[in-house]
Design a protein around this ligand. Structure first.
Ligand SMILES: C[S@@+](CC[C@H](N)C(=O)[O-])C[C@H]1O[C@@H](n2cnc3c(N)ncnc32)[C@H](O)[C@@H]1O
Length: 261
C-alpha cells in the first residue's frame, strides 16, 4: 500500500504514538489550546480532525471541509501545515476565518451551498491555480438534521423539510465530494442521531448507507463519546430520571465513519 501520511514507521519514531487505532473513542477533555475557542458550540472536538489529518494526509496536502462553522478544521490544518479549503453558508462566521488562519498555508473559502455543482467548480478552479487536480481528504460534520438550526436559509441542511429531504441534500454534498477527492482517497463523516415523535432516528446509519450508495467503500466505523464535564453530569441525572420513567436508553455517543473513494 502507498504511503498516506508522514509517519516514520521504519525508524519507529514516536510521531504517531498518540494516534488512536481502536474503534471506540472516549475523549475526556476538549483540546482548548491555541486558536480554538469555546465560543461556538456544536463544533468538532479538535482532537478529531487532528488525528484524521495526521493519519490520512501529508504536509501540504489539501483538506476540504464542506461545513466549516467555527474554525476547527482550518486551525488544525494550519497547525499541521496542510492546505485547507472550506465551505459554509454562513458568511458572518466564516469571514473571521480569513484573518484567523495564517497565509503560511493555502487557504480558500467558498461561502456557498455545499450541495451545488457550482461549489465544485469554484474549488476546482482554485485547485487549478495551485496546479492540483484533487482534494486529498474530506471531513464532513453536517447538521444533525434539524436538532440545531444554523440559519434561516432554505439551502441549510438543518432546514430540510423531512429526514428524506435531509438525506437527499446530504447525498448531493457527497456527490460533490466524490468529484473532488482523489481516487482511492478518503472522506470522514461525523454525525449523531436524533429523537423524533418518541422514536430514535438513526441518522448516522442513513447517512452511511447514502455514502455507500454513492460509491464510497466503508472502511471503519468509530463510536465516539465526549466524557464528563460538570454540566454533562448534571444533565445526565435529569436524563436518567426521564429515561427510567419512560422506555428508552440515553444516547451519549456519536458516530464517525471512514469511507474510501
Ligand atoms: C455541525 S456544523 C459544523 C461544525 C464544524 N465541524 C466545526 O467544528 O465548527 C454544520 C455547519 O453546516 C453549515 N451548513 C448547513 N447546510 C449547508 C449547506 N447547504 N452548505 C454549506 N454549509 C451548510 C451550517 O451553516 C453550519 O455551519
Amino acid at each position: 500500500m502507498w504511503k498516506i501520511n508522514d509517519f516514520d514507521m521504519k525508524n519507529r519514531k514516536e510521531d504517531c504514538a498518540d494516534i488512536i487505532t481502536d474503534s471506540l473513542r472516549i475523549i475526556n477533555e476538549r483540546e482548548k489550546s491555541g486558536k480554538h475557542s469555546n465560543f461556538y458550540h456544536w463544533n468538532f472536538i479538535p482532537q478529531i480532525p487532528n488525528q484524521f489529518i495526521r493519519r490520512y494526509t501529508k504536509k501540504w496536502d489539501y483538506v476540504l471541509d464542506m461545513f466549516i462553522w467555527s474554525w476547527t478544521t482550518a486551525i488544525e490544518c494550519e497547525k499541521l501545515w496542510r492546505n485547507v479549503i472550506w465551505v459554509d453558508l454562513n458568511k458572518d462566521l466564516t469571514n473571521r476565518l480569513e484573518t484567523l488562519i495564517d497565509w503560511k498555508i493555502d487557504k480558500f473559502f467558498v461561502c456557498w451551498d455545499s450541495t451545488k455543482k457550482s461549489t465544485v467548480k469554484k474549488i476546482q478552479d482554485h485547485l487549478k491555480t495551485k496546479k492540483r487536480n484533487f482534494i486529498d481528504l474530506v471531513l464532513l460534520h453536517p447538521p444533525y438534521f434539524d436538532i440545531i438550526k444554523f440559519s434561516d436559509k432554505k439551502e441549510d441542511l438543518s432546514n430540510a423539510n423531512s429526514v428524506n429531504d435531509f438525506l437527499d441534500m446530504f447525498g448531493k454534498v457527497l456527490e460533490n465530494c466524490k468529484t473532488l477527492v482523489k481516487k482511492w482517497w478518503y472522506i470522514w463523516i461525523v454525525i449523531g442521531d436524533k429523537y423524533q415523535n418518541s422514536e430514535r432516528i438513526p441518522l448516522w446509519f442513513m447517512c452511511m448507507q447514502k455514502a455507500q450508495e454513492i460509491w464510497f467503500k466503508l472502511k471503519s466505523i468509530i463510536v465516539k463519546n465526549m466524557e464528563w464535564n460538570r454540566w454533562k453530569m448534571w444533565v445526565w441525572w435529569i436524563r436518567r430520571y426521564r429515561a427510567l420513567s419512560a422506555d428508552y436508553y440515553i444516547f451519549k455517543h456519536e458516530y464517525i465513519f471512514l469511507l474510501k473513494k
